[in-house]
Design a protein around this ligand. Structure first.
Ligand SMILES: [Zn+2]
Ligand SMILES: [Zn+2]
Length: 231
């Protein structure tokens, strides 16, 4: 379902005219929910599995995505890509796709790791990841269009992210022992995605409404968490 949301996001971009403002609400809600899940579930759970190694892996996950999304490709942000001048060199679109594909792989690892540990942890992490998957597919399709690619290629880029997500889930389900490293690594990735990819998009919107949606994301997490049986 999370992978399909990538494809749906890509379709949204290459298809109809619609109010793109709504996507930003998704981004804000997803950022709050994801931040809460990463800090209150994934990080402590990772610490329990590997008390000494987990903090290092969280930092490693954070740094890896910073390297792949914002160092190798100098210009990247979530949401619609409107800065065509940044993509004069067509290969730049592919470097963004490569960075996002590794990030999407860890989205899958996160979901898989959650389900290896318990069904409810899996469900929580699934929602945390799911909420940013539509904007993610939209973003990659929009980057490909801005770098001069066709709509067909833009849509395929979103499908590629979906494939990377499925692969991440598969890796953990086939080798559940990897969860010890996979969960803290993907916690670092999730913190990066929430705080560094999504929150700046929330902050770009003038006014307080969008910022409040972030807190709503945190609040919804706390409500869902309270309603679930003990993990
Ligand atoms: Zn841009
Ligand atoms: Zn993602």
């Amino acid at each position: 379902m999370a992978a399909f949301a990538n494809v749906f996001g890509g379709l949204l971009l290459v298809r109809a005219d619609w109010e793109k403002r709504y996507l930003r609400y998704f981004i804000a809600l997803g950022a709050g929910f994801m931040m809460a899940t990463a800090l209150l579930e994934m990080f402590p759970e990772g610490m329990r599995l590997a008390p000494r190694l987990a903090p290092v892996l969280v930092l490693a996950g954070y740094c890896a995505i910073h390297l792949l999304e914002h160092t190798i490709s100098a210009h990247f942000h979530f949401g619609e890509e409107t800065h065509r001048h940044e993509f004069m060199a067509a290969h730049k679109g592919y470097s963004v796709l490569a960075g996002l594909a590794v990030h999407a792989l860890f989205d899958g690892v996160a979901i898989g790791s959650g389900f290896v540990l318990s069904r409810w942890l899996g469900v929580l992490i699934f929602f945390a990841i799911f909420l940013h998957k539509v904007p993610e597919g939209f973003t990659v399709a929009s980057v490909m269009l801005a770098s001069g690619r066709s709509r067909r290629v833009a849509f395929r880029a979103a499908v590629a992210l979906a494939g990377a997500t499925m692969l991440g889930v598969l890796v953990i389900l086939l080798a559940p022992g990897l969860v010890t490293a996979g969960l803290p690594l993907s916690a670092g990735v999730a913190i990066y995605v929430a705080a560094t990819d999504l929150v700046p998009e929330v902050n770009r919107e003038p006014g307080i409404r969008m910022a409040l949606v972030f807190f709503a994301g945190v609040a919804i997490f706390l409500l869902v968490r309270a309603a679930l049986p003990a993990v």
